[in-house]
Design a protein around this ligand. Structure first.
Ligand code: PLP
Ligand code: TYF
Length: 394
């Protein structure tokens, strides 16, 4: 049986972790995988998570199954964080999922179930797991242009031009905020224009939001998603708590499916629960429960928000420092885009050879497409990176 298996390609981002570990240089710098790290290089457990875990240990008196959809209180709390009161709750169907990836997977399976021929439109570039899972499920996909290699911003005219080819019933995948891998994001006015197009095409928006709170703040980062949810009759939203609650390994995600009316919600909810049952029955609960406790307790929530804001501002500070340093070294504003990007990532626009040279000659690890994780830096390593960028001729 197993002889029929072929080797699978490695995940290039995850492969970097091993390569970095094996590098004996003491001054090496890891700007690879998208995990938040503080100035000392640690990925801390957030204070509110620690407090919630302690409380949970004291009060939890059973670990029996929740429901196939997970704890409804989790869906309500996280849906509130993402959507505010944009959508009447009677229209929202939701399932807890293993991480944001689980939500993406379930959304894609729902699409395949509802409309087998639907094509999914992806930004070029996008998170590599998007096309990987879509291909695995045998769903058709297409790309829309997104990143402008010259300005390192969004090529919005090209994006809209490509989305003109969207057919009725197609699905357009959008990053809610903090675009991975580029760091370049839509303005609210551009979100509005995308909403107009989707309405005109009768297409379904599918928003992947994995970094709420990492860009311009919790509210601002949800603004595009809320605009779409306020204007489109049906919306899919895959959310992750891995980053903004720092609970990567707990696997806490949520899939929201907004129905065009409250009367259509029960069948939608039933299909989501069905998909959970087909794939793993009950979704993980521990991380989801911590998130629920934090979001529904005033003091825990305030402390979580304060720490998340520290994380966000530290990344913004590093962005500014790096852009300033490169301004000084190059005597130009060529790298100002780093300060304008938002979230953990920026795509530098370096060639694969330059990325390789930075690894070989300077011990600086970034993804092959020149995506760097800003949180991998600190005040002392920013000048080192800036000099390496200049030395490799980026
Ligand atoms: N979507 C994007 C764009 C991501 O970068 C991530 C990264 O981790 C995820 C979804 C899902 O993350 P997880 O499955 O760890 O919650
Ligand atoms: O893009 C990243 O680095 C994060 C973490 O298969 C990640 O989203 C990377 C690869 C992967 C799963 C998560």
């Amino acid at each position: 049986m197993f002889d029929a298996l072929k080797p699978q390609p490695a995940d290039k981002i995850l492969a970097l972790i091993q390569a970095f570990k094996e590098d004996p240089r003491r001054d090496k710098i890891d700007l690879g995988v998208g995990v938040y790290k503080d100035a000392t290089g640690l990925t801390p457990v957030m204070r509110a998570i620690k407090a919630a875990e302690k409380r949970l240990w004291e009060v939890e008196d059973s670990k029996t199954y929740t429901t196939l959809a997970g704890d409804p209180a989790y869906a309500a709390a996280l849906s509130g964080l993402i959507l505010g009161d944009t959508v009447e709750t009677g229209r929202i169907a939701a399932i807890a999922t293993p991480g944001g990836t689980g939500a993406i997977r379930q959304a894609l399976e729902l699409i395949r179930l509802a409309r087998p021929g639907a094509k999914i439109w992806l930004s070029n570039p996008t998170w590599p797991n998007h096309p990987s899972i879509i291909r695995f499920l045998g769903i058709e996909m297409a790309e829309y242009r997104y990143f402008d290699a010259a300005t390192r911003g969004v090529d919005f005219d090209a994006m809209l031009a490509d989305l003109e080819a969207v057919a009725e019933g197609d699905v357009v995948l959008l990053h809610g905020c903090c675009h991975n891998p580029t760091g370049a994001n839509l303005t609210l006015a551009q979100w509005g224009a995308v909403a107009d197009l989707l309405i005109r095409k009768n297409a379904l928006p599918f928003i992947d939001i994995a970094y709420q709170g990492f860009g311009d703040g919790l509210e601002a980062d949800a603004a595009g998603t809320r605009l779409i949810a306020a204007r489109l009759p049906e919306v899919l939203i895959a959310a992750s708590c891995s980053k903004n609650f720092g609970i990567y390994r707990e696997r806490a995600g949520l899939l929201l499916a907004i129905a065009s009316g409250a009367a259509k919600q029960p069948v939608l909810q039933g299909n989501l629960a069905f998909l959970n049952r087909q794939n793993y029955s009950f979704p993980p609960d521990h991380g989801a429960r911590l998130v629920t406790m934090i979001l529904t307790d005033e003091a825990l929530r305030a402390d979580w928000q304060a720490e998340l804001e520290e994380v966000r501002l530290s990344m913004l500070g590093l962005r500014r420092q790096l852009a300033d340093e490169l301004r000084r070294l190059t005597n130009s504003d060529r790298f100002d885009f780093i300060a304008h990007h938002r979230g953990m990532f920026s795509r530098l626009g370096a060639s694969p050879e330059q990325v390789e040279a930075m690894r070989r000659d300077h011990g600086i690890y970034m993804v092959g497409d020149s995506r760097l994780n800003i949180a991998g830096l600190n005040a002392a390593t920013v000048p080192v990176l800036a000099r390496a960028i200049v030395a490799t001729g980026v």
